[in-house]
Design a protein around this ligand. Sequence first.
Ligand code: FES
Length: 92
Amino acid sequence: MRKIALFDVAELDTDEIRRVDVDGLPPIAVCNLDGRFWALADTCTHGDASMAEGMIEGNNIVCPYHSMGPCSIALKTYPVTVENGTVYLTET
Ligand code: FES
């Protein structure tokens, strides 16, 4: 397993999503839901949309292309931790 530093906690406000690119992994969307960080595959399983361009509604990300969510085919998720003000993703 590889643990990867992504960005400082202060760089992503509540209910915001950001795309991150990590060497060796497909694009990843990281979101902040009420101070908890989550990471998932950025590319929608229905089309070619970037989930980072979607909107957060409750605990769901609504896809920017077809306004659907949650998707019927699950997006890959990644464990996220916060340590000393930095958001980390663990490759699984
Ligand atoms: S591309 Fe995401 S719902 Fe269609």
